[in-house]
Design a protein around this ligand. Structure first.
Ligand SMILES: Cc1cc2nc3c(=O)[nH]c(=O)nc-3n(C[C@H](O)[C@H](O)[C@H](O)COP(=O)(O)O)c2cc1C
Length: 275
C-alpha cells in the first residue's frame, strides 16, 4: 500500500474537504444574508400592497414594490395602550415572526382569553395605513394570526376607515392542507372579503365584534350576510381558526385599544410619515 492511501491521509483529505465545504456554505450564507433579508422585506411589502388592493399580480412586478410601498404609512404601536411607541429601536427591521418568539418582547395571554390559540402576543407591533387626501384613514392594515388545524395562519387584515368594514384579507404563511384549509389563500375565497357589493362588517351597531363563518356560500341577500363568511368545505377547524382570529385581534387583547384611540381622534394619523 502506498503512503498516499494511508489511514492518516484518508482522514486528512476527508477533514480538509469538510472544512473547505463548510467554509463555502457558511460564506455563502453570510454573503447572501442581505439579499435574503431584502427579498423577505419586499415579499412582505407585496402582501401589504396586495391586501390594500395596490398590487395586482400580472400587472405589477417586484420592481414596482418599493415605489408602490411609498404610499403606505407605518407606525409602531404599543398594543396594550394603542398608542405610538418608540420602544422599538429599529422599526425598519421589525420582523413579527422573530419578535413573536422572544419572551422579553411578548406577553403571555391568559388561557381563557387566548381565543386565537397563539399563547403569546407581541407587546409592540407595526401597523400600516393608507390615508385619504384629507389625512383621514382610508385603510388600516393589521397583522393577525391564529391557530388553524395544523399551523399558525399568519395574515393581514385591511379595515376601511370606518374601522369595521373589511377591505381585504390575506394569509402570507400557513401550513393547512392544500385543497382543504389551504383554501384560505384561494383568490376566489379571498375576493369575497373585499367585495364592495357585499361587504363584510366585523362589528354590530353596538360596536360588539360580530363575525361568524357559515357552512356554505353566503349570499348577499341573506339576513346578517355582512357578518357571515363562507366556511371552507371539509375544513371547519381552519375556518373556525379564521373566525376566532378576528375575535382575538379586534378585541381587548389585540387591537381593541388602538381602534378605540383612533375612534376618539387620539391617534395622530396626520403626523405619520410614509415609509
Ligand atoms: C389528511 C387530512 C387533512 C385535513 N386537513 C384539514 C385542514 O387543513 N383544515 C381543516 O379544518 N380540516 C382538515 N381536515 C379535516 C378535519 O380533520 C375535520 O374533519 C374537518 O375540519 C371537519 O370539517 P367539516 O365539518 O367541514 O367536514 C383534514 C383531514 C384529513 C384526513
Amino acid at each position: 500500500m502506498s503512503d498516499r492511501d494511508s489511514l492518516k491521509n484518508t482522514f486528512l483529505v476527508a477533514f480538509v474537504l469538510c472544512l473547505v465545504c463548510s467554509l463555502i456554505v457558511s460564506g455563502a450564507a453570510i454573503g447572501l444574508r442581505p439579499i435574503k433579508e431584502r427579498n423577505e422585506r419586499i415579499s412582505f411589502q407585496r402582501e401589504v400592497l396586495s391586501v390594500a388592493g395596490l398590487y395586482e399580480k400580472g400587472k405589477n412586478t417586484a420592481d414596482d414594490i418599493p415605489e408602490l410601498f411609498k404610499q403606505i404609512k407605518t407606525a409602531m404601536i404599543d398594543l396594550e395602550t394603542g398608542e405610538i411607541t418608540d420602544a422599538v429601536s429599529d422599526p425598519d427591521s421589525f420582523k413579527l415572526k422573530d419578535v413573536s418568539k422572544k419572551p422579553e418582547l411578548t406577553i403571555k395571554i391568559p388561557a381563557d382569553q387566548d381565543i386565537a390559540g397563539i399563547k403569546r402576543r407581541e407587546k409592540y407591533t407595526k401597523i400600516y395605513l393608507l390615508t385619504k387626501e384629507d389625512g383621514q384613514i382610508d385603510q388600516l392594515i393589521l397583522t393577525v394570526r391564529g391557530k388553524g388545524l395544523w399551523s399558525t395562519m399568519w395574515g393581514l387584515l385591511s379595515l376601511d376607515g370606518d374601522l369595521k368594514t373589511v377591505r381585504g384579507l390575506t394569509f402570507y404563511e400557513h401550513g393547512e392542507t392544500p385543497g382543504l384549509g389551504g383554501e384560505i389563500v384561494n383568490p376566489k375565497w379571498k375576493a369575497k372579503w373585499s367585495n364592495p357589493e357585499c361587504p363584510k362588517i366585523l362589528f354590530d351597531e353596538q360596536g360588539e365584534i360580530k363575525i361568524a363563518f357559515y357552512k356554505g356560500v353566503v349570499s348577499c341577500d341573506m339576513p346578517d350576510s355582512q357578518h357571515k363568511f363562507d366556511g371552507l368545505a371539509g375544513a371547519t377547524i381552519t375556518t373556525r381558526g379564521v373566525q376566532d382570529m378576528f375575535k382575538f385581534w379586534l378585541g381587548e387583547q389585540g387591537y381593541g385599544p388602538l381602534l378605540q384611540k383612533i375612534k376618539e381622534g387620539q391617534f395622530p394619523v396626520t403626523e405619520l410619515s410614509n415609509k
